[in-house]
Design a protein around this ligand. Structure first.
Ligand code: ZN
Length: 314
């Protein structure tokens, strides 16, 4: 077996193992992917430097020129791979803040002359967590925005009505919480149609705001949403509560150095895809209990998206 195969297999296994360990501990698949890429880069570098050209030529055959250490091609290969790994490492924290897709024509920041913040809750309604979030918001006299999944809207109409009755803003978070850019056009349209129907059946109208699942969208998805009259809303701060990083961390991510008009991403349901034994959103509740008074002491008011948009337009 040529030594190169060994190197590539070992390098690949190292990268995969690293990605597995990290995704296990952080539950951040994208971060794990980025670090896995860096691991793969190290393995590739080791293979190119340590494996003699002759062995490599035997393995890659006609592609030997590209892996040859004689010329500059291997340096270009390493540089290319390195640039890719760095791009992933740069992109991951950005994605967590902004969502994945063209930002033009989406709403993710509103600049106000006053201190306002919008709390937004994705993935509900959930019989286990939405009532607790509602009770907490009621206790703090705060109104927020809920991006609901059509499937759960159909299942738990009474929860949707309770959210609406408490005068929170309701937004749509698709019907089946699937990656919208990966759907065929017909599937995308039918997902959105079903979502519209679910909301109309419970509320009499569909929401004005839409947040794509995982903040994952592209130009065609955005165009489709716009043609239906939706305003696509992302976030300016991800609390990362979905991965239960600890109450301190959630509070810190949601509140550190706030600008005017931040839109904070939180969740009031178990993670998608739904799994048995999901610990749920207790950390979110505990964090809210701390962050709401903390922000109010700094003079911030909590607004629904409707209130934010109206104040912004006027
Ligand atoms: Zn979601």
């Amino acid at each position: 077996m040529p030594a190169l195969i060994l190197w590539f297999v070992l390098g690949g296994l190292c990268a995969a193992f690293l990605a597995f360990i990290l995704s296990h501990f952080t539950r951040g698949t994208l971060r794990a992917l980025g670090i896995g890429c860096l691991g793969g880069y190290v393995a590739l570098f080791a293979a190119l430097v340590l494996v003699p050209d002759a062995d490599r030529a035997r393995f890659v055959g006609p592609l030997a020129w590209c892996f040859s250490t004689q010329g500059t091609s291997w340096k270009a290969l390493l540089a290319g791979y390195g640039a890719f790994a760095l791009a992933v490492a740069w992109f991951v924290p950005r994605y967590q803040a902004l969502g994945l897709g063209p930002q033009q024509g989406t709403l993710r920041h509103l600049v106000f002359p006053f201190r306002a913040m919008a709390l937004t809750f994705d993935d509900g309604p959930s019989p286990a967590w939405t009532p607790k979030v509602l009770e907490l918001l009621e206790r703090h006299k705060v109104r927020a925005t809920f991006f609901m999944v059509g499937e759960s809207v159909e299942r738990y109409p009474e929860l949707v009505k309770a959210v609406a009755a408490a005068r929170h803003t309701i937004g749509c978070h698709s019907y089946g919480h699937r990656p919208l850019p990966l759907l065929r056009t017909a599937d995308l349209k039918s997902d959105l149609d079903r979502a519209d129907k679910a909301f109309e059946a419970v509320l009499g109208a569909r929401p004005n705001y839409f947040r794509p699942p995982w903040g994952f969208f592209n130009r065609p998805v955005l165009e489709e949403l716009r043609s239906r009259g939706y305003l696509t809303v992302l976030w300016t701060r991800s609390s990362q509560d979905w991965r239960n990083p600890g109450v301190d961390r959630i509070v810190d991510l949601a509140t550190r150095n706030p600008a005017l008009g931040e839109i904070v991403l939180l969740h009031d349901a178990e993670n998608f895809p739904r799994r048995e034994g999901d610990p749920g959103r207790q950390q979110t509740l505990d964090a809210l209990d701390r962050l709401i008074p903390l922000m109010e002491r700094q003079g911030f008011q909590f607004k629904t998206l409707d209130e934010m948009v109206q104040a912004w337009l006027s």
